[in-house]
Structure formats: structure tokens, C-alpha cells
Design a protein around this ligand. Structure first.
Ligand code: GTP
Ligand code: MG
Length: 201
């Protein structure tokens, strides 16, 4: 899929402030610092569209970007950000949880996982919560450039094995590296397929 236009629409603190829309949207969730904003920039091929940072907790709101005037990319705040404090963490869970549960135009939620880490409790809890609530889901293993291929394959296998304890059919799985610009075509292709299904529903 070619990216012809990208437009920042708005940042929203919660679901009710999100843009009114009938277009399919694709959101990025995952632990703080996993690379959500970076992946968004890679997909649209713009280095500094979504703000990124080496310090976790950069993205604090629900950010809508309109692509090709046809679909949205949505950059979400991360979870598991230790310094956020309990009140902020609870607020996050309520706001993002509400968005994920009730955003009717959410065509797919991409849950990002750092390919270097073994399955982590809060990621598994989040993925299983999404599954239990029938949120359409795909996984993206980020920062693939940080591991040799053998270690990457090994980590992915372990992840799949862990997920199979809860999941009969695994969600779609991608790997990506913003440094090497890999994963982009595959994810865009998948979005294109999801757009077709969304428009038939
Ligand atoms: P929050 O907004 O805090 O939740 O973080 P985020 O998930 O949006 O992460 P962000 O995109 O800001 O990236 C965090 C850090 O990881 C930045 O320093 C990025 O440059 C780096 N990073 C992201 N993706 C990759 C990647 O594929 N490879 C490498 N080497 N670094 C990456
Ligand atoms: Mg971010």
C-alpha cells in the first residue's frame, strides 16, 4: 500500500473526546518505550510525526492520525511505566480500557512487544484481556535489529509456546525494526486486508 497523505487529527484524553468517525482504525498498544510511536513513524515514512523518546512515558494521550483520508493510525500511551505513579496508572487503564472496549471502528489493535524480552506478566495479562474481550489483535515484535536472528527466532518460539497455553489460534505476528526499516510492508499489507474486511462488514 502506498502512503499518499498523513494528517494529525487530534490528541484525546479519553474515548468520548476521540474524533467522531466511521473509518477503520489501527491502534498501537504496549509497554512504555517498546516503540509504538516509532513504528507509527516507520509505517507512514515520516521520522518525527509521532513524538518518540528514549525515556518511557512520552505518549500520554490517544493520538489520531488520518492516513490516505481512509483510515486512522492511533498512537496510545504505554503501560507498565513505573514512574507514572498509581493514580496515573489507574487512569491509563480506565481510559485506554474504555477506548479498546468501546471504539467501534477499531479494526485491529497492534500489541507491541520488545523482541529481546521473555514473555512478561503485564504483557501476557494485557494480551489475554484483549482476547477475552474479543478485541481484534495482532502482535508486533519490535527492535528486531537488537538481536541476532537465532536469538530472535528462539524468543518468538518461546512467546508462541507461552501464548498457546491460553490461545487456540494465535493472533497474527509481525517483527519490525525501525532501524532496518523491516516489517513495514507486511504490516501495511495487513492493514490493507483489514480495511477491505472492515468495509464489507
Ligand atoms: P511511550 O510513548 O513512552 O509509551 O513509548 P513508545 O512505545 O512510543 O516508544 P518510542 O517509539 O518513543 O521508542 C522508545 C525508544 O526505542 C526510542 O529511543 C526509539 O528510538 C527506540 N526504538 C523504537 N523502535 C526501535 C527499533 O526498531 N530499533 C531500535 N534500535 N530502537 C528502537
Ligand atoms: Mg509513544
Amino acid at each position: 500500500m502506498q502512503i499518499q497523505s498523513v494528517q494529525f487529527i487530534k490528541s484525546s484524553p479519553d474515548l468520548k473526546s476521540c474524533p467522531g468517525s466511521e473509518l477503520p482504525e489501527y491502534a498501537f498498544a504496549g509497554r512504555s518505550n517498546v516503540g509504538k510511536s516509532t513504528l507509527l513513524n516507520l509505517l507512514v515514512d515520516m521520522k518525527n510525526l509521532a513524538k518518540t523518546s528514549s525515556t518511557p512515558g512520552k505518549t500520554r494521550l490517544i493520538n489520531h492520525y488520518l492516513v490516505n483520508d481512509l483510515w486512522y493510525l492511533v498512537d496510545l500511551p504505554g503501560y507498565g511505566f513505573a514512574r507514572a505513579g498509581k493514580k496515573n496508572r489507574d487512569e491509563f487503564l480506565i481510559n485506554i480500557g474504555n477506548y479498546l472496549l468501546h471504539r467501534e471502528t477499531l479494526a485491529c489493535l497492534f500489541v507491541l512487544l520488545d523482541c529481546r524480552h521473555q514473555p512478561l506478566e503485564n504483557d501476557l495479562t494485557f494480551i489475554n484481556w484483549c482476547g477475552a474481550n474479543r478485541i481484534p489483535l495482532a502482535l508486533v515484535f519490535t527492535k528486531a535489529d537488537k538481536l541476532p536472528v537465532t536469538a530472535l527466532v528462539k524468543n518468538l518460539d518461546l512467546y508462541k509456546k507461552t501464548l498457546r497455553q491460553q490461545w487456540e489460534d494465535l493472533p497474527m505476528i509481525f517483527t519490525a525494526s525501525s532501524l532496518r526499516r523491516t516489517g513495514r510492508e507486511e504490516i501495511l499489507e495487513y492493514i490493507e486486508q483489514c480495511n477491505i474486511l472492515f468495509n464489507k462488514r
